[in-house]
Design a protein around this ligand. Structure first.
Ligand code: FES
Length: 111
């Protein structure tokens, strides 16, 4: 069962903006869409490591700021056949608070 951790208020992220969470093994980017949904993806673009949190959010997608690859925020998949994907993490919004799976924050720690 997924355990969730309260990490921020929905108001901490501007609409169509992003916020970065530093974890033990890299950064997770939280994206808020215009319809107030929140998604969590690894911040590192699989192309050449661009920071997705600095990309442009449009619809339920984000465009990497470096070379314009477009990622689906719901799946992490890049648009186009074999362009790869970024990992996504479970997120919930409850009463204006953002909860993210504890696993996303603990990854990389020795078992
Ligand atoms: S680093 Fe993201 S598209 Fe090139």
């Amino acid at each position: 069962m997924t355990r969730y951790v309260d990490i921020a208020s929905l108001e901490d992220i501007p609409a169509q903006g992003a916020r970065l969470i530093r974890t033990t093994d890299g950064c997770v980017a939280l994206f808020r869409t215009a319809d107030n949904r929140v998604f969590a993806l690894d911040d590192r673009c699989p192309h050449k490591g661009g920071p997705l949190s600095e990309g442009i959010v449009h619809g339920h997608q984000v465009t990497c700021p470096l070379h314009d690859w477009v990622f689906d925020l719901t799946t992490g998949a890049a648009r186009g056949a074999d362009q790869g994907a970024v990992r996504t993490w479970p997120v919930r919004v409850e009463r204006g608070r953002i909860l993210i799976s504890a696993e996303s924050l603990m990854r990389g720690k020795a078992a």
